[in-house]
Ligand binder design. Sequence first.
Ligand code: ADP
Length: 586
Amino acid sequence: MLRIVNRLIQWTGNYKRRIYIGFIYAFIHSIFTALPVVLAAKGLSAVLDDRDGVRTLEGQDIWIMLGAMILAVLGRYLFSYLRAVTQESVGYEATADERIRLGDILKRVSLGFFSENNLGELSAAATTDLSFLEMYAMNMVNTVVNGYITVIVLILFLVFYSPLAGGIALIGVLLSALFLHLLEARSRQNAPVHQKAQDNMVESTIEYLRGMQVVKAFKQEGVSLAGIRKAYSASKRINIKIEMEYMPFNCLHLFSLKAASIAIAAVAALLTCNGSMELSTMLMMDMFSFMIFGSVETMNNAAHVLEVIDATLDKLDGMKHADIIDKDGKDIPLHNTNIEFRDVTFSYNKTPVLQNISFSIPQGGSTTAIVGPSGSGKTTICNLIARFYDVDNGEITVGGENVRNLTCDSLLGNISMVFQKVYLFHDTIENNIRFGNPGATQAEVIEAAKKARCHDFIMALPDGYRTVIGEGGSTLSGGEKQRISIARAILKNAGIVILDEATASIDPENEHLIQQALSELTIGKTVIVIAHRLATIEHADQILVIDKGQIVQKGTHQELVGQEGLYRRFITIRERAEGWSIATSH
Ligand code: ADP
């Protein structure tokens, strides 16, 4: 138990000094807890002496006694308060720091990390697991360390009046510690099972909520609820089983303390009967026997909470040791935005996706269109430019620098990406756009929104730019979300723009506005576009035709359309899809 508490204290990092100061307050608080009992016994002894005529009790003595008692009680509350203000908030502060640290790490790991570690586990770590630490970390430090400080101080008081009673109390505490240790061992076995059930619950809840639209459309509420029910009832079963296993150890722990309390009272009574202890001391012993173990009695709850905390800290450590992709990277300012792939080979988990890809994209005002069948590797090429993954062989340079030599921040500072699937944060429209450049003024945000053809629909909303968007952007239409994401990219004003053109059909009005917004975004930039629209492809300065992870054709529309090959077939299909009758020049 102490090992985990120590781990917890180390986890709080810079805040641990405050925890140690809290221990000193807890020690003084314990002395003030024992003092009223000692003072009450002294008072009783004086009253008995007065009755027996040994000495006369003056009015002044009573006032002194009362004053001392009030001071002891006040001292007890004062130090309890000081301990609480010093220690209690540490849990919240350390957790807030940890969340930021985790966010920082997750930003710098390869995207592969997110498919290897399922989303349920990652979100549980950042939300429920850390909330658990937030709520219980300091509570546990207080229960265990301050609990033992109190019991040790009270035993020392007992020893002073009767070494035998002190010895009995010590044996009671040691026996209880033994049973707690056994309880803890059992709890350690159960912690991963408990954790797994918890993760399953989070995962199936996320799954259920995400799939809600499909579930409703197909009227399959029963089927999807079955998964969530199964996870919830498994968690319930596991929790009940765990509680049953703890029961015998809980009982033995409490029994050893209660037995020690009774033994202290009995010893005090015997010693008083045979004349070796005063009546007032016996009463003091009785009072101590009631209160001495109060602080350790609740420690059985701490034992398994601490095990869960231990498992949580393991999990957080695992995440903190995730491979940071840019740990050797440097912040190098790029002087141009030329992009070059040299013999690049890449695979996802050993499944080859790109083979020996080479091409170069000249900087500024040029557009490179990537075309090819679905699954051929177009998105992967774009993800590699942004170094969301590392290549297996070959190299990618941006501005003449190998992307491996750059930090993610210095590389991504030069890249704006507009994806088909837009993610907007649950925040105001203004902040969602400002995400592209956190230092931008409100005027700059509005200017970007105007260029992205968002301004009019934003102004038509009741709260304008202050309108809070539902989670994932759920209150806006697809086209509006897309334009906000373009405004974000315009505000970022990066030299390289990577675009994934929409494949889903959008109404012509929206399509028109999106095209206007994209033209504003791409003026003078180095543009790479996963292209589907004929107009985009035809006007591109360079077209890369990808098939099964290889570049099968490369050139301009005029050059490629004259060749036999995939490009011509692709263009014919696009023409039919867009309802064009004549397209090529030959
Ligand atoms: P495109 O954009 O041309 O449709 P992608 O680059 O998305 O193609 O995918 C190329 C291949 O890599 C596909 O076979 C796809 O299934 C696979 N793939 C894409 N992303 C991942 C991933 N995160 N993990 C494993 N395989 C992936």
